[in-house]
Design a protein. Sequence first.
Length: 123
Amino acid sequence: MLTNERLADYVVLMNEARELSNKANSKAYALRQDAIRLGFEATAAADHAVLIADIVQENKDPSSMPKLIHASRDAAAKAAEATLKALEAIKKANEADHESTEAFERTRIAAENLTEALNREGY
């Protein structure tokens, strides 16, 4: 027989699991959004580096070459830095996604346990 105390325990476990999954999901969502933003920034920086490199390649004026090469080097360095930031953000988001998945799995198990207990008692 399912006692009120045991039912309350199942409900508490269910609520705890639900709260944890909500927090984990919110964190994963925020980190994923940050990773996406940084990914766009990295892509823009890489596009800029390619554009500057193309200008250097097409340049016919030797006097402007040093300035263009400097700009190209700076653009490439910024692209590399932006890409590294995006990679780190993606790794953090992936970890948060994993934590969120585990939290939802705990919620599923808690919900199944509560359902099974109620079914056994004919509720």
